[in-house]
Design a protein around this ligand. Structure first.
Ligand code: GRF
Length: 212
């Protein structure tokens, strides 16, 4: 069975969705860069080993990433899953986990890479927004896409309401992506593209606002 390590920085609701999803893998550990991340408690309640590698304890990104990698590698995971991990990782770290480092981002990438995705989507007046699970490459938020979920942006949405609608979908697509990876149904090929071994392409259009 494959093994994963999850990295968090805060509440860890995506981590929780992964813990509760009955994934075809072992969740070996949860690591946070913040001791006050509430997700650590959730992980402990699930009997998962937790570690804190506090970024503030390190002089620079290189030293922090080196200790992070050392903590992760003690578990020899097949995949490292970023679930609301709010640190930019060095290229050295990212290369070390080539094809094994996965992230979830709260927008339909490549739109709205970076921060404040929901506020920016509202500001632009887009009618469809969503989330993306992708392999991590040194190009921040631009790695090969595994799965996306789209939601409508509704007339009275606030940042809070929209983020909740997106988060609900994050909790559905992240377990799916990790399950595909652990069952070897998808992988990153030599050309840096996501390859589906067996893939039934099903889906329908999300039109927003809806047609009458
Ligand atoms: C999520 O919106 C995720 O997409 C982003 O950070 C947020 C983390 O939320 N990377 P949680 O800690 O998983 O609840």
């Amino acid at each position: 069975m494959k093994k994963i390590v999850i990295l968090i920085s805060g509440r860890g609701s995506n981590m929780q969705a992964l813990l509760e999803a009955k994934l075809p893998c072992t969740i070996a550990a949860v690591i946070s860069n913040r001791a006050d991340a509430t997700g650590l408690e959730t992980a402990q309640k699930h009997g998962i080993a937790t570690h804190v590698v506090a970024h503030r304890d390190y002089a620079d990104r290189e030293n922090f990433d080196a200790m992070l990698a050392k903590t992760i590698d003690a578990y020899q995971p097949d995949f490292v899953v970023l679930a609301g991990f709010m640190r930019i990782l060095t290229a050295t770290f990212v290369h070390h986990y080539h094809g094994k480092l996965i992230n979830i981002h709260p927008s339909l990438l490549p739109a709205y890479a970076g921060m404040h995705t929901h506020a920016r989507a509202l500001q632009d007046g887009v009618k469809i927004h969503g989330c993306t699970v992708h392999f991590v490459t040194p190009d921040l938020d631009h790695g090969p896409i595994i799965i996306q979920a789209a939601v409508p942006v509704l007339a009275n949405d606030t940042e809070q309401i929209l983020s909740q609608r997106v988060l609900q979908e994050e909790h559905r697509v992240y377990p799916q992506a990790i399950s595909w990876l652990c069952n070897e149904q998808i992988s990153l090929n030599v050309h840096g593209k996501v390859e589906f071994q067996t893939h039934k392409q099903i889906g329908h259009a999300l039109i927003s606002p809806g047609l009458e």
